[in-house]
Design a protein around this ligand. Structure first.
Ligand code: ZN
Length: 238
């Protein structure tokens, strides 16, 4: 089990950790700032730095076999390094990339309150993000979505993390907008992102502290990806 430091503080750029296990595919640590791929947000990249100063480039982070475990996957082409179990490492994430992902991820939360329709999918990369909606194409107006999303972002509200029990979530099915990604059940509690007065929904990803940090967004394109998937793609404008 890995302590997920990004869950309580998404702004940690460095940390120290010990090696728990070395697998063929990647390293498990006792704590981490690397967000593993999930909920449409890609895994973090960065470095694990040994006491000798040797830097192990990490090309991806993925969920491991057990709950809350994270595999730190060495970048393709990196020289093979096998740290020892128990060895202490310094962790560094590619902060510029992660911060762009956090801003875009939070922007999608805001946009999901401008387009009122069930969300059927979503994805984020460092340069753009998208949500798919089950909605009539004629109801999607790029200029209007951009204007209304930017007006909400300009309110510069602080975001909050709220935890509720599985039972509380079961009693509030309206909280779950995303049909394709149901929040994990059976852990006893579910993490929600709250943007006061704007949005409240289950999400395990990393978000900015204040939506003003997103800055203006622009709608790149709107297109149909099928009967129930109308895709709205956005990018950070600044
Ligand atoms: Zn989120």
């Amino acid at each position: 089990m890995t302590e997920l430091l990004f869950r309580d503080d998404a702004y940690l750029k460095t940390a120290t950790a010990r090696v728990l296990a070395v697998h063929d595919r990647g390293l498990e640590l006792d704590r981490t700032i690397f967000y593993p791929l999930g909920g449409g947000q890609p895994g973090d990249t960065g470095f694990l730095v040994r006491a000798s100063g040797e830097r192990i480039p990490i090309g991806d982070a993925r969920k491991g076999a057990t709950l809350d475990s994270v595999l730190h996957i060495p970048a393709a082409g990196a020289a093979p390094v096998r740290p020892q179990v128990g060895e202490s490492l310094n962790l560094e994430i590619d902060w510029q990339r992660r911060y762009a992902l956090m801003r875009l991820h939070t922007a999608l939360h805001v946009m999901s309150c401008v387009v009122i329709a069930p969300v059927t999918g979503g994805n984020i990369s460092p340069d753009k993000g998208r949500l798919d909606f089950d909605i009539d194409m004629a109801l999607l107006d790029a200029a209007k979505i951009e204007r209304e999303t930017n007006a909400l972002i300009a309110r510069a509200l602080d975001t909050e993390t709220v935890w509720i029990t599985d039972e509380e979530l079961d009693a509030r099915p309206d909280l779950v907008k995303t049909m394709s990604v149901q929040p994990p059940r059976g852990v006893g509690r579910v993490r929600l992102l709250k943007i006061p007065g704007i949005d409240l929904q289950p999400c395990g990803g990393t978000h900015v502290r204040n939506i003003g940090e997103i800055g203006p967004i622009r709608v790149l394109k709107i297109r149909s990806e099928g009967k129930h998937n109308k895709r709205v793609e956005i990018a950070l404008a600044g």
